[in-house]
Design a protein around this ligand. Structure first.
Ligand code: PEP
Ligand code: MN
Length: 338
């Protein structure tokens, strides 16, 4: 439930949070532009008297039930768009953010070259995997710590905040040391121990939609992170499994307006993993902007034919320049800034 407050005074808000704690529930104070609300989350069984107890406190305007199963992620609880700041980059609201880089960090030369090229083309953030979730245990698994160091070096050199995947709860503290944002990959979207661990981290989280998960399940996973206290969550639609085999996945473009209707969290599109083919990436990037997405995550490699992972879907730098040129007027038409 949410408690809508008629005062921003700490004393009255504390009376509400104390009552919530007394009932064994967790309060989350959300300061909006128009109002301050206290979101009350936890197991509601046996807490029947709580709403009445809260309603009787001073400056409590109303107590509303949240209809969606996710609470902190719901727009019912927070009307304003969440804007996630990752160093110099902003994701959400009017800010359109482009995250680009290779699927995997492969070498110092490769990541520095890519960082330079994507920065020149206008990207806001650099991506690159150091821990790779590969289908085969015999495929390249990533450069691990060395990859994190190289990604950090490249980001620092070219002034790009960096995002990279974390695959297990025990890796969070290491990845957090090097990355500006922690990526939870599609295969781990329902790894609840990992979601809780990144929810306790000090860095924003980039949560990718599981390839077999519904939008509701996606938002429930975001809720796990928010419930641990990390409010900085960016959602990413990266294609889902359907009967179609022509493309690697099917980009669920409708997820953009649906998520924006139900949640205040930013939603970014990854046209690379969605399509699996470099020549579909630019058209799907245009579609993402037109659908109202808050950004893009795009795989770019200086030599896609030599990439150790996801070469077929990676853009050559010249094509990434073209992508940026093509989306620029569309982003402006959508009333956003690039
Ligand atoms: C990636 O971003 O390289 C990746 C593995 O993506 P996903 O988790 O969406 O498959
Ligand atoms: Mn990839």
């Amino acid at each position: 439930m949410i408690v809508v407050m008629g005062s921003r005074d700490k004393t009255y808000i504390e009376q509400v949070t104390a009552k919530v704690l007394e009932y064994g529930m967790q309060p989350h104070v959300i300061e909006g532009v128009e109002r301050t609300v206290v979101a009350v989350v936890g197991d509601e069984r046996g807490k029947e008297g709580l709403a009445e107890a809260l309603e009787s406190l001073p400056y409590v305007e109303k107590v509303l039930q949240v209809l969606k199963p996710y609470k902190l992620a719901a727009r019912e609880v927070k009307k304003e768009d969440t804007i996630v700041e990752v160093g110099s980059a902003k994701i959400g609201g009017p800010h359109f953010c482009v995250i680009a880089g290779p699927c995997s960090v492969e070498s110092r030369e490769q990541i520095l070259e890519t960082a330079h090229l994507v920065k020149e083309a206008g990207a806001h953030m650099l991506r690159g995997g150091a821990f790779k979730p590969r289908t085969s245990p015999y495929s390249f698994q990533g450069m691990a710590k060395e990859g994190l160091e190289l990604l950090r070096e490249a980001g620092d050199r070219y002034g790009l905040p960096v995002v990279t995947e974390v695959m297990a709860p025990e890796q969070v503290s290491l990845v957090e040391e090097y990355a500006d944002m922690l990526q939870v990959g599609a295969r781990n979207m329902q790894n609840f121990a990992l979601l809780r661990a990144v929810g306790r981290a000090s860095k924003p989280v980039f949560l990718k939609r599981g390839m077999m998960c519904t939008i509701n399940e996606f938002l429930m996973s975001a809720e796990y992170i928010l419930a641990e206290g990390n409010t900085q969550v960016v959602l990413c639609e990266r294609g889902i499994r359907t009967f179609e085999t022509e493309t690697r996945n099917t980009l669920d473009i409708q997820a953009v307006p649906v998520i924006q209707k139900y949640s205040h969290l930013p939603i970014v599109i990854d046209p690379s993993h969605a399509s699996g083919h470099w020549d579909l990436v630019i058209p799907m990037a245009r579609a993402a902007v037109a659908a109202g997405a808050n950004g893009l995550m795009v795989e770019v490699h200086p030599h896609p034919e030599r990439a150790v992972s996801d070469g077929p879907q990676s853009l050559k730098p010249s094509k990434f320049v073209r992508l940026m040129e093509e989306i620029r007027p569309l982003v402006a038409a959508m009333g956003k800034t690039l």
